[in-house]
Write a protein that binds this ligand. Structure first.
Ligand code: GLA
Length: 724
């Protein structure tokens, strides 16, 4: 519930396990009072009065020396007595950039208003929204702070809107989606970072009096950093400790910052990256920031992940796919790359079907005259040399085998050697007269241009209509450089990056609405744009271009911190692995790929009899556990050898699935056990070998791990609860 107490001026957003408190004082400034474990319905107005920093007692209501800097701000402005990093900065016609927004009124609404043009968590029963209206008495600008409380899911979303009701333009230089302050720096910064083929590594850093910044300047949310930031108590592990986190529902340049001030208070913010952003807010126009999802946990990272998984699966993903089990795919990429031959592909499809695969995905190389990365992006018509009888005839053969059909596209890109470029050279992202860098031999289409958006919507619609397509892998394989648009006025060029993202959302929003039965997979050279913004439209994501099972352990672990397993694409690939040359056992590749949406990225028509048998069993095994993996609860398990082994568990109804992977064999090993979590203490569980164990024993003693002399060893147990 959301409460407001007139007397104290305190708003209390009270979730199932969380409370968030904001206070307005008599001067109508807004202060961030508290975010943490759930409090009773109370309004502690002494908190602000008792803030004593550097022997300064902030009598916020009466004194003249009104030092905002000493007090926790809810949405700090630029240009007042708080000289820390602001949440927003505006420039006015008179050349000044000082703002002073004060509380004017508020509303508490049932449900949730939509964010125009942007993805956001969906409205749901039991959510309520607080809108705080702020006014600047000097400038004719209104600000609205939105807080939606998802009561049961225990999650708060925030965004800000700015409305210009004056006669002059207002320039927005920066406008974050959320800002919170913690009173102590006794926390660590936790974030996900990496690089292409090595995404989502969990990083933890102790804080000192510094400004920390996690960002993307690449045009997409990037492989380097996920738009996610958390502050966690130092001892926080999977089950214990407090964690405060923000995830931005946005697929472009973002910044997530943490600033430790001179009194050791910590300000955490997230929003559009101000380095590459500017916006002219015309009279009568409103600007809407992306949405930030705020999740707090006082029971470690496991609860944090559960809250994200639950809210994303149930309130972010397209409802028709949220609870729908995903097909087991075979993807042509690592099997044949650009060397697509119909006969080989049909053989691959036939063998895959015999093994139990459910969908065939035709990856890059099927269109234009694309034999390598140097041509044809933009020419979305079938290559008649590769498919002489046409694509429909090929798809028909695939469907006759009993397989669904998926296809790869990269619509936001253009090759210099393409009919599209010859017809529309001005549709590229570019700054005339400047170098236009190639990357992977390609350029980016200007999605800030409405005509380009319409063209993509029409071309892709025609493709999806003409062919019997069940699944689309939507790729984005390069960053944006030399950013500029041929259709934007000089004054609007600074808006380019955000306009690109809005254009992208219009394109994918229209297409996913028009083709609700198609399952879209989001890909950007793997996880280069794996963010809640894309997940809103495309309910799954290819986690990484690195398909090596051991590399995938940390990539999938980091990804699982926020994103539910049902959204995570994981495939078994050939050995030696194409990215790093490592040879791992087929069993281990299978167990690691079973962590999410399962499939194969290898030539299943060229297997030895033993491999064929093993893969058949693997697929049958995944089908037995798929519902638990995709619709159950996921847990990362602690192992005694943190860096050398990873383990995880899923639970749904009476099925428990446990997987364990040990990276390197060690000599003279001690006997090892793996403790399970969150079982019914008195419940009786049957192990794969028929033995039975009680829940409390499995949680206290754990399962015995087989001692083996072998690198990259793995084990999986499927347990059945036979008595409650
Ligand atoms: C990207 C994807 C790959 C594959 C290639 C095709 O790198 O991540 O899975 O689709 O493009 O060019």
């Amino acid at each position: 519930m959301i409460y407001f107490d007139e007397q104290t001026g305190i708003f209390h957003l009270q979730g199932r396990k969380t409370s968030y408190l904001i206070q307005k004082n008599q001067q109508n400034h807004l202060f961030h009072l508290f975010w943490g474990s759930r409090l009773a319905k109370r309004f502690p107005d002494y908190l602000l009065k008792e803030i004593k920093r550097a022997s300064y007692l902030a009598d916020t209501d009466h004194i003249k020396e009104y030092k905002l800097e000493r007090l926790p701000q809810e949405y700090p402005a630029f240009g007042n007595s708080d000289l820390r990093k602001p949440a927003f900065q505006l420039s006015y016609k008179n050349g000044t950039n000082i703002s002073d927004f004060r509380y004017d009124s508020h509303e508490i609404l049932a449900g949730k208003p939509t964010l125009t043009g942007l993805p956001s968590l969906r409205d749901s029963k039991g959510c309520e929204t607080l809108v705080i209206h702020l006014m600047d008495s000097v400038q004719k600008v209104k600000m609205r702070l939105f807080y939606t409380l998802y009561q049961e899911a225990d999650v708060i979303t925030r965004h800000t809107e700015l409305e210009n009701y004056g006669e002059c333009d207002v320039e927005i230089n920066q406008m974050n989606s959320a800002c919170v302050e913690l009173p102590t720096m006794d926390v660590e910064l936790l974030h996900l970072s990496g690089r292409w083929a090595h995404e989502a590594g969990i990083q933890r850093t102790a804080l000192s009096q510094l400004n920390y910044r996690i960002e993307s300047l690449r045009g997409g949310s990037s492989h380097e950093h996920n738009p996610f930031i958390a502050l966690v108590e130092k001892e926080t592990n999977e089950q214990f400790g407090k964690a405060y986190s923000m995830n931005l529902v946005y697929s472009g340049n973002f910044e997530a910052t943490v600033d430790v001030d001179q009194q050791e208070a910590v300000r955490m913010q997230i929003g559009i990256n101000s380095t590459t952003f500017g916006w002219n807010l015309n009279p009568e126009a409103t600007f809407v920031t992306p949405e930030a999802v705020l999740v707090f946990s006082d029971q470690g990272l496991q609860e944090l992940s559960h809250k994200y998984h639950n809210i994303y699966q149930n309130h972010l993903l397209a409802p028709q796919f949220a609870q729908k089990e995903r097909p087991i795919v075979v993807n042509s990429w690592e099997a044949s790359y650009f060397d697509l031959k119909e006969e080989n592909l049909l053989q691959l499809a036939q063998s895959s079907k015999d093994l139990g695969v459910e969908m065939f995905v035709l990856d890059d190389g099927w269109f234009g005259k694309r034999d390598d990365t140097s041509s044809s992006l933009g020419d979305w018509f079938v290559d008649q040399h590769k498919f002489p009888a046409g694509l429909s005839a090929f798809i028909e053969k695939i469907k006759k085998l009993g397989l669904a059909f998926g296809i790869w596209v990269e619509p936001e890109m253009i090759s210099e050697d393409s009919e599209l470029y010859r017809a529309h050279p001005d549709w590229c992202v570019e700054v005339p007269g400047r170098l236009k860098s190639y990357s992977r031999g390609q350029w980016v289409l200007d999605l800030a241009n409405h005509e380009v958006q319409d063209y993509l919507i029409d071309t892709m619609s025609a493709l999806f209509r003409e062919y019997a397509i069940d699944y689309v892998k939507w790729d984005w394989n390069r960053s944006i450089t030399e950013a500029g648009s041929n259709v934007l006025l000089a004054a609007q060029q600074k808006e380019f990056y955000h306009r690109y993202v809005l254009g992208l959302y219009r394109v994918v929003g229209t297409l996913t609405e028009r083709f609700p039965a198609i399952l879209f997979e989001n890909c950007a050279g793997g996880g280069g744009r794996n963010d809640p913004g894309m997940l809103y439209y495309m309910p799954q994501s290819w986690a990484s271009d690195d398909t090596d099972a051991i590399e995938r352990l940390s990539i999938q672990e980091g990804t699982s911190l926020i994103y539910p397993p049902i959204t995570m694409g994981c495939h078994v690939s050939q050995v030696p692995n194409h990215q790093i040359g490592r040879v791992t056992p087929l069993e281990t590749r299978g167990i690691v790929a079973m962590q999410g949406n399962f499939g194969y990225e290898m030539d299943l028509s060229k297997l030895s009899p033993v491999e064929r048998l093993k893969i058949k069993e693997q697929i049958a095994q995944y089908k037995k556990i798929r519902e638990t993996v995709q619709l159950g609860k996921f847990y990362r398990l602690s192992t005694s050898e943190k860096s050398n082994a990873k383990a995880w568990q899923y639970s749904k109804d009476s099925q428990i699935v446990v997987s364990y992977v040990q990276v390197q064999a060690r000599p003279n090993f001690a006997s090892k056990r793996l403790r399970l979590v969150d079982l019914v203490s008195k419940g009786l569980y049957e192990l794969p070998n028929g033995e039975k164990r009680y829940g409390d024993e499995l949680m206290m003693f754990g399962l015995a791990i087989d001692p083996v002399k072998e690198d990259y060893f793995s084990q999986q147990w499927v347990l059945k609860k036979v008595e409650d």
